[in-house]
Ligand binder design. Sequence first.
Ligand code: NAP
Length: 248
Amino acid sequence: MKLRGKTALITGASRGIGYAAAELFLREGAAVAICAASEQSAAVAKESLLKAVPAGRVYAQAADVSQNADCEAFAQNAFKEFGTIDILINNAGITKDTLMLRMKEADFDAVINVNLKGAFLMSKAAVKFMMKGAEGSIVNMSSVVGQTGNAGQVNYAASKAGLIGLTKAMAKEFASRNIRVNAVAPGFVNTDMTNALSEALKAEVLKSIPLKKFAQAADIAKAVLFLACGDAGYITGQILAVNGGLYI
Ligand code: NAP
């Protein structure tokens, strides 16, 4: 077990990649605190995680990562529950896609606030507790779109490119505290987020992926686990692409 005795906070873990990471982390022996946008989805996820890993320790609550008070409360509650915070996965993310000339200012702000500012706020809240321990690890969820850009996603691409800068700067700031900060940049993953795309667009995207398939959430969770655990103990400030060769 790679995470025995560790406590991990995972944002946006009611579904998709965050949920897959939570389940894998539990199997690897971590106590896991999850949050989601809605109270109900957090509670349902907790129940389902405990069904999958009955011996697991799970804490769940609603927390909007774009709100500082929610981030502070989530970190505090998780610390109260488990006594340490060793790992933070900034995974919560949303899309509000449309071409730039049609994009409303509010939709630009909403995506930046959840995807980018959320990782800043949540990291600030969690690092205070992480510094009480001997080491820590933060993994931010970027995207191939942050590396390549994508028409119809200026807000999302900017947020995911911003996470790359945030990751590198945080890695430099927190190295002296033995806290590593890395990012995963997935390509297209089978989750609710991509299920929203039209079949025609999915077929088009598939043609451009050298491995000729979308990732499963579990594929991304394995990369997150690698960066979060001791196997990556000498890796910080890096962006791990998990994209089937879509961007090399
Ligand atoms: P998803 O299935 O749409 O799930 C999103 C999760 O984020 C849910 O748990 C949702 O909670 C939560 N969430 C949404 N807004 C939130 C907020 N303001 N505060 C806290 N939690 C919030 O997403 P996914 O596809 O697994 O994506 C996870 C991450 O990977 C995102 O950052 C995404 O940008 C990134 N990513 C995804 C892909 C892909 O192809 N799917 C590719 C590259 C990167 P509720 O259930 O309560 O709504």
